[in-house]
Design a protein around this ligand. Sequence first.
Ligand code: SF4
Length: 384
Amino acid sequence: MPLNLSPPGLRPLSEVSPSPFIGRICGRPDHPEAARAREILLVRGKFDNLPRGFRAYLLEEETTNAAPQDVYVLGPEQRYLAEGDVIRLDPARKTLTALYRRSSPSNTLLVTERCDNYCLMCSQPPRKKDDSWLLNELEEVIPLIDPETREIGITGGEPSLLGDRLVQLVEMLKQYLPRTAVHILSNGRNFSKHELAHALARVKHPDLMIGIPLYSELAEEHDYVVQAQGAFDETIRGILNLKRARVRVELRFVIHAETYSRLPEFASFVTRNLLFVDHVALMGLELMGFAKTNLRSLWIDPVDYVNELTTAVRVLHRAGLKTSVYNHPLCVLPRELHPFARKSISDWKNVYFNECRDCTQRDACGGFFASAALKRSRGISPFS
Ligand code: SF4
């Protein structure tokens, strides 16, 4: 999810480009001249002679010698930018959006906001509009990403609605970032068309995983959660097609008031029918988007579902499935589940509250989504 930092931060000091552009932050004024065209020079201190040839200039302090075009002064809230970050700069709106942050372990690329599900708890509600410009933009962004990046997420909307263009995107990621793991979040339905599953498999990406949500072992319950009739059948067929084509699949189960009670049955279903998946993630709810709108009907304190969660983890683990618990503070989980808990919340929305200040397990604990300020478990209590 890109971080959008709007005015009053960005202040132009010179003539500006007529349309938005993409560039990579560079902190070295002596960067080779021939390679400056896609670089945006970040100037931290006073600097009176800006070197020519960079795509744009971001200054922490005003300079007396502005280059001919695209010189901006950053606001204090934009000074987190660092060498290697990739940004979109929109001069007309005076906005700056970080599309990739080199120091972050959780970079995701948004490929579309369209989706064919309409999940009760969707954190990023879909929009019906042509947003193919997002992909065009990513074709500019990917070559600028550091090839040593450990993992990139692909998210939507529903990425598989892009069809062949998704396959091309994965090909491009393989070409430019051959050592970077790619994780695509998809509802899996479009992979029920085996051509798409096989086209993706033919890319032979060395480290690709498709994360697919499945919310119940009962078709009608899954369809209700995703608000789409027939979705369960398509999702299951999509999972089968992907695995048949040897693409790795992770199952994702978001726990809330409409899903928690069948966690044990879901786990048994997976062990009997989908034992070949590569990972199962049982996930706490993020209170964003529709989850926030439907808070009253979806919220359940994790303390009130730990029994179901523990049973599900036992069933999956005993069957030999790699199992993780995401988005849960350690103190609300029984000790037995601690080895399964992961620090899964993206760094830019990960917070800890006052109770955590003196907790001895803070380093091991994944903490909270920032949105947990709305509602938190009554089980939060620091380890001592
Ligand atoms: S008190 Fe805070 S840091 Fe400690 S386990 Fe609970 S949520 Fe995590």
